[in-house]
Structure formats: C-alpha cells, structure tokens
Write a new protein. Structure first.
Length: 421
C-alpha cells in the first residue's frame, strides 16, 4: 500500500441506494490500495454500513467526515441555504488532508466537486440517465443541476458513467470532450454475497417470510421504481398461482399507498412489505424470481446481485442498465415491445404509466410483465436455465474484472500500470 495520491470520495449521504453502495465499494478498494483515502458525506443520513465486515467498517469510520447536520428529509430550500457552509467545509477538508483527487457521486456532490478550484484531478460519477431523472426533479433542483453542469462540466478531469446509455443521454445535454468520458460498470462482490446469504434476519416473524414461495423486488418506495405497476401485474400472477407471494424490500414515501393498493386488489396477505432490510442477500437467494420494475435506472446493482445469487430475473427494459446486462449484444438504445427472452434474463416493455388509474385494466406493459413472471414460475426448466445463465453473466462484473478500471482513473495508478516492467 502507498501512493502519492490523497483522495477524497464525496457523496450526498449514505441512504440506501446504488450510488451509495458503489461509493462505499470504491472507498474500500482505494483505501486498501492507496491508504490516504477519505469519505466525505454532505448530510448525516446513514442507512448503510461502511462495510459488511464490522471490523473493516470500524477502520473505515476513522476516515469519514461529514459537512453538515442536514439529513435527506430537509426541504430543498434548507439544502440551498446550507450549501455555502458545506462548500467552505469541503474546501477546508481538501486543504487539511491535502487532497489532490476528488471523486464525487450523485448530482449535488458532483456540483460541489466542479466548483472546487484547488484540486488537480476532479472525477464526477453520474449514476443515472440524466434526462429521466431531471424530468421528475423538483423545478428548483432541475434548474440548478442543468445550470451548473452546463457551465462547469468542461472543467472536470473525468466524467464517469455506469452504463453506455447514461453516457449517451448526458452528452446529448451537456458540453464535454469525448476524451474525458469513462464507462465503468458496477462490480459485484460474489464472495461477500455468498457469505451474507446465510445471515438470516434476527426477528423470527421476518425470518419466517423467507420460508414462503415468493418473487422479490427491492428499492426505495418511490414512483420511479414502478412498484404500483408491479403489484397490479402480480394480481394476475397470483390468480394462476395461489401459493406465490410478492415481497417488496425497502422503505419510502409510497409505502402506505402501496399497501393500500395491495389491500384494494385483495392481496393484503400476498404482497408483503418487510421494510428496510440491511442485508438483502438471503431474500434474493431464496426467491423464485427477482423482478425489476423501474421506469429508469442508472445501473441496477440489485439485478446483478440477484443474478450472482443464481436467481432468475425479469426486468422492465428501462433506461438504463438492464439491457446492457441481460442482452449486451443487441445495442443499448433498443427497447422491446413484447416479452424478450434475452440470453441472461427476461426483458419486458418499458412501463407505460407510473401512476395507473385505480381499478383500470392492466395496460400492455403490465400485462407482459405478469406473463413473463408467470412463465418462469410455471416452467422450472426455463427458470433453472436463466439461473445458470444469469450467474455466468454476473461474473463479467466481478470485483477482479472491474476494480482496475477504477484505479486507472487515478493518474499515478494509471501511469504505474502502463509503465513497462
């Protein structure tokens, strides 16, 4: 271990999410490799451990700093008013630790990174398709993000993306040199998942849910995840399979609304909401099928983790990520209009509505989603084939394959790896 690089990893907060998971994995990777690496969070919200191993988490905690006492529940105005003080504290951290590389994840952190003028290497990591995300942002957030990226993105050393589709959307919106673009897919810790899948929930009632026959979905309970459409599709699945359940892992603002929808459809005892789960591995590993029903994604970690745990997957063909994982040879801009039996999982058409009208018939996208799930439940041989194929595909995203791509973003590491022996 050792390097002349002193690195800061900046992120909004540690609420549950794919960007946070990737930031923590990069933090762990680079801290092991280079030592002088620090995690800087803008807000206090923390739903994720710094590392699955408690001893390693305690080590990493010594290198974590926070720029404010805000949390994610604060209104937009509070975050705007706190920004000058957060920025001053960030500059102070950079000077105190003599950082010469700053890597940021998520829009607000990326804007702060671009505003820093005292650091040689600035890497912004964009973890979602920008058009889709801006479309649902608060108007003030949308304006600020668009303005700052338009004015400042030329300054960055590298703009990193986790999918080709997200990169394509970004360059259509903002001016940046092609030479500064980088795509690194999220990596998947197979060994860690294998360990965590044996760690069952401590609560007996929650643990008992794992003994049911179920399909599983996972994510923050917000509109973009498409859980309303999934529950409506599941009603049709449940009609032909009286023993199957839908388990939705996660918490969020739509929890009560989704529970009410399940009850209205007569599925109160068939659609289960365990809430926030810190270790999703046993839930993924024991599921008959994993379903991703999002309107948009950056790169769906949970889809990859389900495949790594040998669970067959069905995914809406949303922007961005699922097609690049499940059907990599078809071109990432393609969208299916029917069930697509892709090489490594099943793709269904993008959702037509995020807010389906209560009591209305299933629209075609929901119909196809239900049919794809039922097909895997009813055909064990097909399901086993996708379990095996999905696992093999997940190996392309292993830590050993992807980690050097992150290290190569650091100038000294890139120079060392390219130097002749």
């Amino acid at each position: 271990m050792g390097s002349d690089q002193r690195i800061g990893i900046l992120i909004n907060c540690l609420e549950m999410g794919g960007a946070q998971q990737m930031a923590l994995q990069v933090f762990d990777l680079m801290e092991k490799k280079m030592g002088q690496v620090y995690l800087i969070t803008m807000d206090t919200t923390r739903e994720m451990p710094l590392h699955p191993n408690p001893d390693r988490a305690r080590q990493l905690a010594k290198k974590k700093m926070c720029l404010s006492r805000l949390d994610t529940t604060q209104p937009v105005l509070s975050k705007i008013l706190a920004a000058p003080l957060q920025y001053a504290k960030l500059v102070g951290c950079i000077q105190k630790k003599r950082l010469n590389v700053l890597i940021s994840f998520e829009d607000r952190a990326n804007i702060f990174n671009m505003l820093v003028f005292s650091i040689p290497t600035q890497i912004v990591s964009i973890r979602h398709p920008m058009k889709s995300v801006l479309a649902v942002k608060h108007p003030v957030k949308k304006l600020l993000i668009s303005l700052f990226f338009t004015l400042l993105v030329r300054r960055v050393s590298v703009a990193n993306f986790n999918s080709q589709a997200s990169m394509k959307e970004f360059v259509s919106l903002f001016p940046i040199s092609e030479s500064k673009l980088s795509v690194i897919y999220n990596f998947c810790d197979h060994a860690g998942l294998d360990q965590r899948k044996t760690l069952l929930p401590a609560d007996a009632r929650t643990r008992a849910l794992l003994d049911k026959n179920y399909i599983v979905a996972c994510g923050r309970l917000k509109p973009v995840k498409g859980f309303s459409c999934l529950i409506r599709a599941f009603e049709k699945v449940a009609q032909s399979d009286p023993d199957i359940h839908l388990i939705v892992l996660g918490d969020g603002p739509l929890k009560q609304e989704l529970q009410d929808l399940a009850e209205a459809l007569g599925l109160k005892d068939r659609v289960l909401f365990p809430g926030f789960v810190s270790n999703i591995a046993p839930w993924l590993a024991r599921a008959k099928v994993f379903v991703l029903s999002s309107q948009s994604e950056g790169f769906p970690n949970v889809l990859l983790e389900a495949m790594a745990l040998k669970t067959a997957v069905v995914s809406v063909d949303c922007t961005a990520g699922p097609r690049e994982i499940l059907s990599p040879d078809t071109g990432f801009t393609r969208k299916t209009d029917q069930i697509e039996w892709a090489p490594f999982g099943v793709l269904t058409p993008p959702l037509i509505h995020l807010y389906p009208v209560s009591g209305s018939p299933l629209d075609p996208s929901e119909q196809y989603l239900a049919e794809a799930i039922s097909a895997l439940l009813e055909d064990p041989r097909l399901r086993v084939r996708y379990e095996s194929a999905g696992y093999q595909r997940s190996l392309d995203f292993s830590v050993s394959v992807q980690k050097n791509k992150w290290l190569d973003l650091i100038p000294s590491e890139r120079a060392n790896r390219s130097a002749p022996n």
